[in-house]
Design a protein around this ligand. Sequence first.
Ligand code: PLP
Ligand code: COI
Length: 354
Amino acid sequence: MNFDIQKTTSPKAKPQDESKLGFGRIFSDHMFIMEYEKGKGWYNARIQPYQNLSLDPASPVLHYGQEIFEGLKAYRADNDDILLFRAKENAKRLNRSAERMCMAQVDVDLNYEAIRAIVDCERDWVPHNPGTSLYLRPTLIADGNALGVHAAHKYIYYIICAPSGAYYANGLAPIRIYVEDKYVRAVAGGTGYAKTGGNYASSLKAAEEAEAKGYAQVLWMDGLERKYVEEVGAMNMMFVVGDTLITAALEGSILPGITRMSILQLARDMGIKVEERKVSIAELLDAADSGELKEAFGTGTAAVVSPVGELTYKDKTVVVNNNEIGTLTQKLYDTLTGIQTGKIEDKYGWVTRV
Ligand code: PLP
Ligand code: COI
């Protein structure tokens, strides 16, 4: 597919020191963008210089939060190939989120081609250092000018690119997690499985309070019984209890992570017993007491595989694996990142070259 490309006349300087990239703070020169109108469909698909959007102040995204997004990465292989990881899964998930939020769908193949096109245009922005990548943020917002609470008739879809390093300041070091017992993120029947801005806006208060106490993220519990652990702010959660890898089942309140799905497949193929089911906080604390809670880690595009060294629930804190990266956590991290960067053979067909 060929998109109109308008190149910038004032390219920005690329980051000099890739060890200081951080996450999502610097943006590349160009963006993909297209517009939608009911009855007309998507139109004016193009790549243009990165720039501000122009929105009517009555635009529904600004009032009612009709917004969804995605997150995926382009990696630089040792031979300078630029590799995308499971991009079509992101395109499919965007449409599942769009369906929940009553938004226009973006054809999966069109979206995939748009992702490829912007990455191709920005390939020089894909950083080189180990652990870095070009983070892509596909975003779909409602446009128009009507204050009635209805699904919009106009949408804007765009993709921006941020050369990024580790999501957590300390890289692949175990993080401290606060098990949230006051606030809830989602309930079955709500929007938990959709990647929509409101889920993140409503999580900020808990995150701020946890951060003030020195925790990197909160671990959400189910909104009904506040008994079962679900996911953290930007990652799905996995626990190694005895010889079994356990994670919350997909029951509508958590995001069906693409990293989650990939890690579960890798673990199964390594011969690890995997269970997707309800996991209560009581079960985890008991397992910690009896020495059966061997490892805990989060999975996500931005965070990759992130070991958890400490869990606090109410007045009880448990240290996991002596606050060190677990053997299985490390093996899964190495395998996943090896496939993503072309160092390990991709027998799954997850990686595509741009
Ligand atoms: N859960 C939440 C709330 C997230 O924001 C993310 C990040 O995208 C994930 C889980 C992990 O999903 P994925 O592995 O597709 O990045
Ligand atoms: C991602 O991992 O892509 C995310 O979207 C997490 C995030 C909200 C920073």
